[in-house]
Design a protein around this ligand. Structure first.
Ligand code: F6P
Length: 333
């Protein structure tokens, strides 16, 4: 079978299927190129001196790793000059990043978490990059936070990469979800999974159990039932996995089903969850829904949430549809 590169796939999407315009194709190509560069840096690890803390903090008060900073710089630099973007925003920067005056501008807004799961960097466990693409609304300053505050339903493209044993790029442009594996010798992404579908049922869940005492009652009930196994109300045993890199947990769900949860809890009542809506929950929710899964805050569909701040946090339940529906139902009941 002839292999299909990401470039070939995108050209087909543009010319055969008329599914994407040329500037969106260019945008995805550029993001994928940046992801390759990040993958190379992650892969070198201690050899390149890229492990450890950067000695700085981000806007959310989290200590930055050297690779957080490197990945952020790679994405900014790669996407500044192509003429496809109006502005960018990142987990690592307080406000939107303007495209420098000397470069042409485009109509898209790019948001990213440059290195998700960064607590896993130094211990050599999978990390990744998450991104989301919006159109800049007409008449709005693209460098204002306002331009970015659009619900997830407005995303035109979302994707993430996992830097694991292999580097995999998962992509949706609103017509299904596809995965590409980086051929390290050739230096290009090759289509390895087309039209991914998530099984509606699962016996595997992912949650940070150490927060159990802080959860709200619907989550206590749901997890309690799963843990009770065969002798409990569900009548079956469930298995648990928690990589602590959302990219890896979500990729597993795209591969064999499962439910991923990061509920809001009472540990820090001021925080409505841990994960960030704009560049973590929204792109993952679009991908999961496009693959036939569900994605809610427990109370509503993630993609319908009207954002109020660039770095807003949100509760996340996503994955196999029937389990997401069940835990969401417990919140409503
Ligand atoms: O900040 C995001 C993140 O690193 C996710 O990738 C991951 O799912 C989660 O946080 C891990 O949280 P915890 O440290 O509570 O296990």
């Amino acid at each position: 079978m002839r292999s299909v590169s990401l470039s070939r796939f995108l050209i087909d999407e543009q010319w055969q299927k008329h599914a994407i315009p040329s500037d969106l194709r260019l945008l995805v190509e550029v993001v994928a190129r940046a992801i390759k560069a990040i993958s190379i840096n992650v892969g070198k690890g201690a050899l390149a001196g890229v492990l450890g803390d950067a000695g700085s903090g981000n806007v959310q008060g989290e200590a930055q790793k050297k690779l957080d900073v490197i990945a952020n710089e790679i994405l900014l630099e790669a996407n500044e000059w192509g003429g496809h973007l109006a502005a960018m925003a990142s987990e690592e920067m307080e406000g939107p990043h303007a495209i420098p005056h000397r470069f042409p501008k485009g109509e898209y807004l790019l948001l990213f978490d440059p290195l998700d799961g960064s607590s896993n960097i130094d211990v050599n466990v999978s990390v990744g990059t998450i991104f989301s693409v919006l159109r800049c609304p007409e008449g709005v300053d693209p460098t204002s936070e306002q331009a970015f505050l659009q619900p997830g339903t407005a995303q035109v493209c979302a994707g993430f990469a996992v830097f694991g044993p292999s580097t995999v790029l998962v992509l949706t442009m609103g017509q299904g979800v596809h995965a590409f594996t980086l051929d390290r010798e050739v230096g290009s992404f090759v289509l390895t999974r087309e039209d991914i579908r998530i099984p509606e049922d699962t016996k595997e869940f992912a949650i940070n159990m150490s927060n159990q005492r802080h959860w709200e009652s619907p989550v206590q009930r749901y997890i309690g039932e799963l843990l009770a196994g065969k002798s409990g109300p569900r009548g079956t045993d469930f298995n648990m996995r928690w990589v602590a890199s959302m990219v890896a947990d979500v990729y597993r769900i795209l591969t064999r089903g499962g439910i991923f949860m990061y509920p809001r809890d009472t540990k820090e009542p001021g925080k409505a969850g841990r994960l960030r809506l704009m560049y973590e929950a929204n792109p993952m929710a679009m991908i999961i829904e496009q693959a036939g899964g569900g994605a809610t805050t427990g109370r509503e569909r993630i993609l319908d949430v009207q954002p109020t701040a660039l770095h807003q946090r949100i509760a996340v339940y996503l994955g196999s549809k029937n389990e997401v529906d069940r835990v969401t139902g417990y919140h409503q009941g």
